[in-house]
Design a protein around this ligand. Structure first.
Ligand code: GLN
Ligand code: ZN
Length: 767
């Protein structure tokens, strides 16, 4: 292959649109308001706008530097429908030519009637969720979609030569799960040899459409959290790229490996006929002593965070890479779909903060600068490097980035700040203080966020509702939620979280050291977007945040009210965090702010406080060697937040998933008095793990799956309670839903909770 790789490129660009145009179009299609043709038209316009913008930011119109990386919903689902991997239960969606249309594609993503959608799970160490393909011995791989080919052709017609992007075959199979009927010893990766010809056929079609390069994303090669032995992964990598590399008609192959180092997969890839290899040099490191004549695409611009960063240092990394490798190009470390579109689209952010930031568009411009440096030499970009260095120095020196009082307090922490007293003494004190019945019942915190609640909040933001009127509207909602819980008979009352737009942003808005954006949306899954806050400085709490809401709630009831906070790890995981100090330090600052909040809640008479950590597992590093350090600081920050309370104050935590076994050690070390986890969806699959671990504190395995509007029957709930009581000592068991109720409607919530209570009463009567 003689075609050269572009000197500068990006691995991918936000797909959702600067004003979430794709979200709106897709949701309009779902609602039947626009046709499939109209949706295709909007998507096509969005792709055209993206290409044009990328050229204006410095990428080449015809050098394959623009990635063709659009998706209507998810890139893993795209790969699945491209290779014909549609589960049996959706066979009716497959047309005669083997393809599924747009409506069918969304049905696989979202389910229909009794047919559950593909499972959704987190994409590496990010907050993006992909759909898990289901592969079995029966999966009939064939080229079933020409969508990517048409997108390349569309670009060609518009005068571009773009680089199609698709999830690579190894990652595709490693992220898949065995289909329902597959034999117990079957693994999707067993089907590699059957899958490769389909990829080869796709590559040939892409060539015919005008592609000179193709990008195959293989992030699974960097992860050690894959359930397949490493030798198998490496052998699959070798076989896949030997085979694809040997196909006669194909574009040049660029294998991208975002999120960490390739380690032992790098020499394997380099021994195959692929032409270019992408390295994440932000999370990973330079392969020392490694040389190759392949193009090494240095991912030195952080695609996963929002900082303008150290451009000079990034360029130096490329120079080092080039000192031992002849062919070096520059790229982002990951696709830019983890960051918002454009800093310039944030009129309310302070100028000084904006000068420290780079969203997708700014990062493309950074790539262009470094590419120019690679071609013309360092002097040619000296001014730009200096400007970035100046901004970085200003950032380091800025007030708020280093707050003396915050730092002093963190520096003087001792081990005793991280631990509470003996659990048995706590248990006794809590029993005396709280008088809870056998099988105490509670909820996870939020109640349905009604249209009225959202309208009130929007009116407050627009200045159409006064602060006092807003508070009164929220109090009215709290009264309603408390009355409802009293009527249903729940033992531990929550206020329902009506005042929170989001469980992280709410705290970010009330703590110093954070900024929030107006248009900084990033895709979380499908059409769902989140707007992560930016944690830029030392964190402190200017004033109590939740205390008035909780004490108001307590004034309405004689039952104990549970205060509700988001934990430090989750606040970090769902924000853009500063990159200029270890996460441990940032987490401890957040923890200290929460510790003060908890102390104030306790002093105000709130006897139960829940600190949610649904993201505890999400930040688990991809490399095993980093696990201990991660668990040490993450668990440590939770303990720092919660360890200041008296024995009689009961600390709860909530985790949103059911793979308890994976993090049981961490959960145990959190030392919360009561832990609620998701369990209903998996029919209490976690209970044996809990039993085996000997977990000794309160535990509430969910008995009501809140992910769907379905109301669980009393019998169903009774059965789940019985499973729990069968394995876990009775005094430890709590009864609660799987998660918060904010996405549910009121009718189904009331009925479901009433059934939960009826089942609980029956279980109590039997005991
Ligand atoms: N307290 C939060 C709620 O109920 C917890 C949400 C979560 O775990 N994601 O909404
Ligand atoms: Zn949850």
């Amino acid at each position: 292959m003689t075609v050269s790789f572009p000197t500068g490129t990006i691995l991918g660009y936000p797909r959702i649109g600067r004003r979430r145009e794709l979200k709106r179009a897709v949701e309009a299609f779902w609602a039947g308001k626009i046709s499939a043709e109209e949706l295709e038209q909007s998507a096509s316009e969005l792709r055209a706008a993206t290409r044009e913008r990328l050229v204006s930011l410095g990428l080449g119109r015809s050098d394959s530097s623009i990635p063709e990386a659009f998706s209507f919903y998810d890139q893993v689902l795209d790969a699945a429908v491209t290779v014909g991997a549609v589960p049996e239960r959706f066979a009716r969606l497959v047309k005669e030519d083997g393809s599924v249309d747009l409506a069918g594609y969304f049905t696989i993503a979202r389910g229909e009637g009794q047919d559950a959608p593909l499972e959704m799970t987190k994409w590496f160490d990010s907050n993006y969720h992909y759909l898990v393909p289901e592969i079995g011995p029966e999966t009939d791989f064939h080229l079933a979609s020409d969508r990517l080919v048409r997108e390349v052709a569309e670009a060609t017609v518009a005068g571009y030569r773009t680089r199609p992007v698709i999830v690579g075959p190894v990652t595709f199979l490693l992220l898949s799960k065995p289909s329902d009927g597959a034999p117990a010893d079957f693994q999707p990766i067993d089907r590699l040899d059957d899958l490769l010809p389909v990829y080869a056929e796709l590559l040939a079609a892409l060539t015919a459409a005008g592609a000179e390069w193709v990008q195959l994303d293989e992030p699974a090669l960097v992860s050690e959290s894959i359930d397949v032995p490493r030798e198998v992964v490496l052998e699959a990598t070798r076989r896949a790229y030997e085979a694809l590399g040997s196909s006669v008609v194909r574009p040049a192959i660029f294998v991208a490996s975002p999120y960490a180092s390739l380690d032992d997969a790098l020499p394997v890839l380099a021994s195959t006929p692929v032409e270019a290899i992408g390295l994440d040099l932000v999370k990973g490191s330079l392969p020392s002593g490694f040389t190759t004549d392949k193009v090494l695409v240095g991912g030195v611009i952080d695609g996963h965070n929002v900082w303008r960063g150290d451009l000079d240092n990034a360029f130096s990394a490329l120079e080092r890479l080039r000192s031992s490798n002849p062919n070096v190009a520059v790229s982002t470390s990951t696709s830019l779909f983890h960051v918002p579109h454009d800093v310039e689209d944030e009129p309310l952010l302070e100028g000084w903060l904006k000068s420290w930031l780079a969203f997708a568009d700014q990062k493309v411009a950074q790539v262009s600068i470094l590419a120019k440096g690679l071609t013309e030499g360092r002097n040619a970009i000296a001014d730009e490097l200096q400007a970035a260095t100046d901004a970085l120095e200003a950032r380091h020196a800025a007030a708020g980035v280093h707050d003396g009082a915050v730092r002093e307090r963190a520096a003087s922490l001792t081990p005793s700040d991280f631990s509470r007293g003996d659990y048995s003494a706590r248990l006794a004190a809590q029993e005396e203080a709280l008088h809870l019945p056998f099988l105490p019942t509670t909820t996870i915190g939020s109640f349905p966020q009604t249209g009225d609640i959202r309208k009130a909040r929007a009116a407050l933001v627009r200045g159409e509702l006064s602060h006092d009127d807003y508070v009164e509207a929220m109090r009215a909602e709290i009264r309603r939620v408390v009355d409802l819980q009293e009527e249903i008979g729940l033992d531990v009352i929550v206020h329902g979280e009506p005042e929170r737009n989001d469980m992280v942003q709410y705290f970010a808005e009330n703590l110093d050291g954070f900024a929030v954006t107006q248009n900084g949306w990033v895709q979380s899954y499908g059409s769902r977007c989140t707007r992560p806050s930016i944690l830029w400085g030392d964190v402190s709490r200017p004033a109590p945040i939740t205390v008035e809401w909780s004490t108001y709630t307590q004034s309405l009831t004689y039952k104990p009210v549970k205060g509700m906070l988001t934990g430090p790890v989750t606040i970090l995981a769902w924000s853009f965090v500063r990159d200029d100090q270890p996460l441990r330090e940032t987490a401890n600052q957040v923890a200290l702010a929460l510790r003060d909040e908890i102390a104030d809640l306790e002093a105000a008479g709130i006897g139960i406080i829940q600190v949610d950590e649904p993201a505890l597992r999400e930040l688990l590093p991809l490399k095993k060697k980093d696990h201990d350090d991660y668990l040490d600081w993450s668990v440590g920050s939770f303990r720092l937040a919660t360890a200041g309370v008296e024995d009689r104050t009961q600390i709860h935590t909530h985790l949103c998933y059911s793979e308890f076994g994976v993090v049981i050690d961490a959960i145990n070390r959190l030392d919360a008095d009561v832990t609620s986890i998701e369990a209903a969806r998996s029919k209490m699959e976690v209970v044996p793990d809990i039993k085996r671990s000997g977990f000794g504190r309160g535990i509430g395995p969910g008995v009501y799956d809140i992910h769907s509007p379905r109301v669980p029957s009393v019998e169903e709930v009774s059965e789940l309670i019985e499973i729990a009581l069968g394995s876990i000592p009775e005094r430890q068991v709590w009864v609660n839903p799987d998660c918060g109720l904010k996405t549910r409607g009121y009718d189904e919530t009331v009925q479901s909770l009433a059934n939960v209570l009826e089942a609980t009463r029956a279980a109590r009567a039997k005991a």
